[in-house]
Design a protein around this ligand. Sequence first.
Ligand code: DC
Length: 232
Amino acid sequence: MNSTNNTTTAPVITIDGPTASGKGTITRLLAGRLGWRLLDSGALYRLVALAAERRGITLDDLASLEPLAAHLDVEFVAGEPDEEMAIVLEGEDVTSDIRTETCGNGASRVAALPVVRAALLERQRAFAQPPGLVADGRDMGTVVFPRAAVKIFLTASAEERARRRYNQLKDKGLGVTMRSLLAEIAERDTRDQQRSVSPLAPAEDAVMLDSSDLSIDEVVEHIWTLCQVRLY
Ligand code: DC
């Protein structure tokens, strides 16, 4: 199996892509099927945004944001494969607090700050432990795990992603309109793609997968087949 970076030999599968492309669900199902660990790197950026807001740290206060990101007291508590992981910040369950659109927008802003990205780099790499890791984000295949065994770049049209996010938020009882979601998704895509540090982009050796017309199971099956070829 391929090594993933200089410090570990655990195999890594990276799943990168724009917001609401289904990365989270696919990553969870794939990690469950393989019996591997999971890294939701977006949650780390969301946690930094939430912790900063709660402490009254503004996003231009880099001197406070850097240690905040480096020493964030976070615990990821895995549940069943079909359940979301619980995320605990400083002893408090913030699983749903970090999923709001406000927190997502804050995350997209802190994610554009090089000091925050640098502070989170080694924390993310530390997730690569045997028997293996499925990591989802924007720069998993390009920056964090450049030597990952399998790299997927998962996309879907902006309309389809807005529709999926709308249904997700509606299920959680959070009121939003399709129109506002589409505008936010477009804004976040632009910010994620155009930032100077680790912009959202497929790795050169990533497999591109457009999920607009695929079910979740079809996407998982596709990646699973690819893993059988590349990993074993
Ligand atoms: O995947 P998500 O929506 O939870 O991510 C929240 C924000 O964090 C997203 O706007 C971009 C940023 N992010 C990033 O820059 N790099 C990552 N590896 C993961 C997320």
